[in-house]
Design a protein around this ligand. Structure first.
Ligand code: SAM
Ligand code: SF4
Length: 330
C-alpha cells in the first residue's frame, strides 16, 4: 500500500517485547522497563493477526526486534507462524546476540533470512560500560554462531559514539575483510530519556569515511540491491561502501546528518499494540483488542498518517518519539 506521499510501505518492524537482558546506555534506563501487565501487551494471536493484515496490505518484510526479541517466550513459534503467512517474503531479527547460540539452529531451520547483531565495541571493559551488565564474549559467541550456521545475511550494527568507539572504526571495518558480514554504523539518536551523552558524542557517519581516508584504506560506494526484488533500490537506510577484497559491506546510517525519510518504506508495531507510522513522532494508532476488519482499517489509517519527514534531530533537538528505543525497536 502507498502512503499519501507515494511511498510504498513494504516493511514492518515489530518490537516483540520491551524487556531486555542488557541495559545499553543510549537505549533504556538502568532500572529496566515500567511494570505493565500481561493484558497491556499484545497476545500472540493478536500479533499474528496484525502480521496477516500487514501482509495482506503489501508488507513483505518483517523484522523482529525489541527490547531483546530472543527473551520473548515462544520466539521460535512466533517466527514460524509469521514465516508461514502468505505474502511474507523475508523474516529478519535484530538482536544483541547473547542468546543466539541457544536459538540459532531453530532460527536457521525456520528459514530466518537476515540477522542483525548489535555490537558497539570490541573491548570487554567498554562493552560492560555501554551495556551496563553485559559480557563481550556472549555477543561475540552469538555472532560466531550465526556465521557458522550459514545464515544468508549477518550484519553487525554499531552505534557511533564520539569519544567512546570512534577509535575502533577501522577495527570494525576490518571485520568485513575477515568475515562474510556487513558492518553498519548508526548515528546516535537523542532518544526520550536515555541521554547521558554530551554534544560531542553525536558524531556524523561521515566520520567513518574520514577515518578510512586517514588510514589510507581504499573503499568504493556500491549500489544497493533490494533483497526481495533483486533490483537496484533506494529503499534502504544505509549508504553502502566496500573496501577492496572485503567479504562484506560497510553501511552508514545517518538519521541525524542525512535523514532518509523520503524513501522510508516502513511502519512500526510496539509490543503493547500501537502502530507507529514514524519512529520520531509520538503519533500512535492502537491495534490491540480489535477484530481483523478493525485492524485493517487502523493499519490503513496509520499508513496514510505517515508524515513526509520527522522533525530535525540533533544532540539538542531530542526525538519526539515519546518512548525509549527498547519500547520501539530501533
Ligand atoms: N536488543 C536488540 C539489539 O540490541 O539489537 C534489538 C533492539 S535495539 C532497540 C535495536 C537497535 O537500536 C540496536 O542496533 C541498537 O543499537 C539501536 N539503538 C538503540 N538506541 C539507540 C539510539 N539512541 N541511537 C541509535 N541507535 C539506537
Ligand atoms: Fe537491549 Fe538492544 Fe536496547 Fe541494548 S540496544 S538495551 S540490547 S534493547
Amino acid at each position: 500500500m502507498q502512503d499519501s506521499y507515494g511511498r510504498k510501505i513494504e516493511y514492518m518492524r515489530i518490537s516483540l517485547t520491551e524487556k531486555c537482558n542488557l541495559r545499553c546506555r543510549y537505549c533504556m534506563p538502568v532500572d529496566g522497563v515500567d511494570v505493565k501487565t500481561h493484558d497491556d501487551m499484545l497476545s500472540e494471536e493478536e500479533l499474528i493477526n496484525i502480521c496477516k493484515v500487514a501482509a495482506g496490505l503489501g508488507v513483505k518484510k518483517f523484522r523482529l526486534t525489541g527490547g531483546e526479541p530472543l527473551v520473548k517466550k515462544n520466539i521460535i513459534d512466533i517466527c514460524k507462524k509469521i514465516k508461514s503467512i502468505p505474502g511474507v517474503e523475508e523474516l529478519c531479527i535484530t538482536t544483541n546476540g547473547t542468546l543466539l547460540p541457544k536459538y540459532i539452529d531453530d532460527l536457521k531451520n525456520i528459514g530466518i533470512d537476515k540477522i542483525n547483531i548489535s555490537l558497539d565495541t570490541l573491548n570487554e571493559e567498554k562493552f560492560k560500560y555501554i551495556t551496563r551488565v553485559g559480557s563481550l564474549k556472549d555477543t561475540l559467541d552469538g555472532i560466531k554462531s550465526a556465521i557458522d550456521a550459514g545464515v544468508k545475511k549477518v550484519k553487525i550494527n554499531s552505534v557511533l559514539i564520539g569519544g567512546f568507539n570512534d577509535d575502533e572504526i577501522v577495527d570494525f571495518v576490518n571485520l568485513t575483510k575477515k568475515y562474510p558480514i556487513d558492518v553498519r554504523f548508526i548515528e546516535l539518536m537523542p532518544m526520550y530519556d536515555s541521554g547521558d551523552f554530551k554534544k560531542d558524542s553525536f558524531i556524523p557517519a561521515q566520520t567513518v569515511l574520514d577515518k578510512l581516508d586517514a588510514a589510507g584504506i581504499k573503499y568504493k560506494k556500491i549500489e544497493r540491491i533490494d533483497s526481495v526484488t533483486g533490483k537496484p533500490s533506494d529503499n534502504g537506510t544505509a549508504q553502502l561502501y566496500r573496501i577492496e577484497g572485503a567479504l562484506g559491506n560497510i553501511g552508514l546510517i545517518s538519521p541525524l546528518s542525512h535523514n532518509f525519510c523520503s524513501t522510508c518504506n516502513r511502519v512500526r508495531l510496539t509490543a503493547d499494540g500501537k502502530l507507529k507510522p514514524c519512529l520520531h513522532s509520538n503519533q500512535e494508532i492502537n491495534v490491540k483488542g480489535l477484530d481483523i476488519q478493525e485492524i485493517e482499517n487502523k493499519f490503513k489509517e496509520a499508513i496514510m498518517a505517515k508524515p513526509a519527514e520527522h522533525d530535525y534531530l540533533s544532540s539538542e533537538s531530542r526525538t519526539k518519539a515519546g518512548r525509549n528505543m527498547n519500547q520501539i525497536g530501533g
